[in-house]
Design a protein around this ligand. Structure first.
Ligand code: PMP
Ligand code: GLN
Length: 376
């Protein structure tokens, strides 16, 4: 075959959004908010448009934004990071993840991915001629430490973790971090790529970041996304935090992947970080979660735990025997609601008859969706 990536297909998020448009269905599939951003951020953006900020930003990011990110990290996690050396502003989390993997993973090395997993990890690994090793989470979507421990070896370069977890909405507890730290002690070259894009969206329990765990600091890269935190997924601005020896390598890739990212958005975010109250995001989404769960209680779906993220996963096993792809297709066409089949996050196609709803939607949209879902 001519293709370098023969089995990579169009992302399920694009496929489902396209189907939602085609069948005029309510789109609870792709994860994005349908409500507007904070008016204060809009007005910052409007004011800034006349200023002289339309040329290349510095390669690693606008200096003021880097400083605000360092302050945010200190406030949120009591961790001091050096804005000059240890932070990189990326074109969304996606580019940060791509640059990290390209910079750090050598041919034939192994990279652990915990399934079900978000879809942007595998391609950069394959393009390194490295080996993605997919390990299933337990059926309750928590890490299977026995299996992980038995799979990691001297050739494993990276383990990618995603906490809070897309698609399940589960979060890691302290024991999970203790198990991870033990593995890092056993395997000196092992690094951690910690996808924490939903870090500010957790509910009953607080988010534990790699930045809370000093044993992980020298061996980990964290990835964040302003898209999730400020309802601006279209801006595609995120950032990485890593120790200088890793960050220097990542910058070599970033500088030739994009050089630098959108200058206007960086200046706007820098100003906004002075006034925004990030902790209120969690209660905002907790209300949405509770509202949506109350609505779904009148349907036949079985609700799984949702500890973080803006996704609610449900089992439809009592409704249908169809595989989850057929089921979600029928849902779009006949019921008028688009969702995501969880099996598409699994390398082995494992299908436990679960689907994912995005509840980052205004109440009216959630009510209308629930009305339709009651017909099942
Ligand atoms: N990681 C996870 C777990 C995500 O859910 C997403 C967004 N859907 C990303 C990374 C990518 O984030 P961004 O849009 O900032 O590139
Ligand atoms: N992260 C979003 C989700 O999980 C989708 C982003 C995308 O469309 N690539 O739904």
């Amino acid at each position: 075959t001519m293709s370098k990536l023969p089995h990579i297909n169009t992302s399920i998020f694009s496929v489902m959004t396209q189907m939602a448009i085609e069948y005029k269905a309510i789109n609870l599939a792709q994860g994005f908010p349908n409500f507007p951003l904070d008016e204060r951020l809009t007005s910052i953006l409007v004011k800034l448009s006349n200023e002289n900020i339309h040329q290349y930003a510095p390669m690693a990011g606008n200096i003021s934004l880097l400083e605000k990110i360092a302050t945010l990290t200190a406030t949120s996690y009591r961790r001091k990071v050096n804005p000059k050396d240890e932070i990189l502003v990326s074109a969304g989390a996606t580019e940060g993840i791509f640059a990290t993997i390209q910079a750090l993973v050598h041919p034939n090395e192994e990279v652990i991915i915990l399934d079900p997993s978000y879809d942007c990890y595998e391609t950069p690994i394959l393009l390194c001629n490295a080996k993605p090793i997919r390990i299933n989470l337990k059926n309750d979507f928590t890490p299977n430490w026995e299996l992980i421990g038995n799979t990691i070896n001297q050739n494993t370069k990276l383990i990618i973790i995603n906490n809070p977890h897309n698609p399940s909405g589960r979060i890691w507890n302290e024991n999970d971090f203790i198990q991870l730290e033990k593995l890092l002690e056993l395997y000196p070259k092992l690094l951690v790529l910690s996808d924490e894009v939903y870090e500010y969206i957790t509910f009953e329990q607080k988010h534990i970041s790699i930045h809370h765990r000093p044993k992980l600091w020298n061996r980990s890269i964290s990835v964040s996304s302003f898209g999730k935190t400020f309802h601006i997924t279209g801006w595609k601005i995120g950032y990485l935090i890593a120790p200088i020896h890793l960050m220097n390598e990542i910058k070599k890739v970033h500088q030739f992947l994009v050089f630098s990212v959108n200058s206007v958005a960086q200046v706007a975010l820098s100003a906004y970080l002075d006034i925004v109250d990030i902790p209120s995001l969690a209660s905002f989404y907790q209300q949405k979660r509770d509202f949506f769960r109350t609505l779904l209680a009148d349907t036949k779906f079985n609700l799984l735990p949702c500890e973080g993220t803006y996704f609610q996963t449900v089992s439809y096993a009592t409704i249908s025997n169809e595989n989850d792809i057929d089921f979600t297709k029928r849902l779009v066409k006949e019921i008028g609601v688009a969702t995501i089949p969880i099996s598409t996050f699994n390398a082995d196609g494992k299908d436990n008859h679960c689907i994912r709803f995005c509840f980052a939607k205004d109440d009216e949209t959630l009510i209308q969706a629930a009305e339709k879902l009651k017909k099942l």
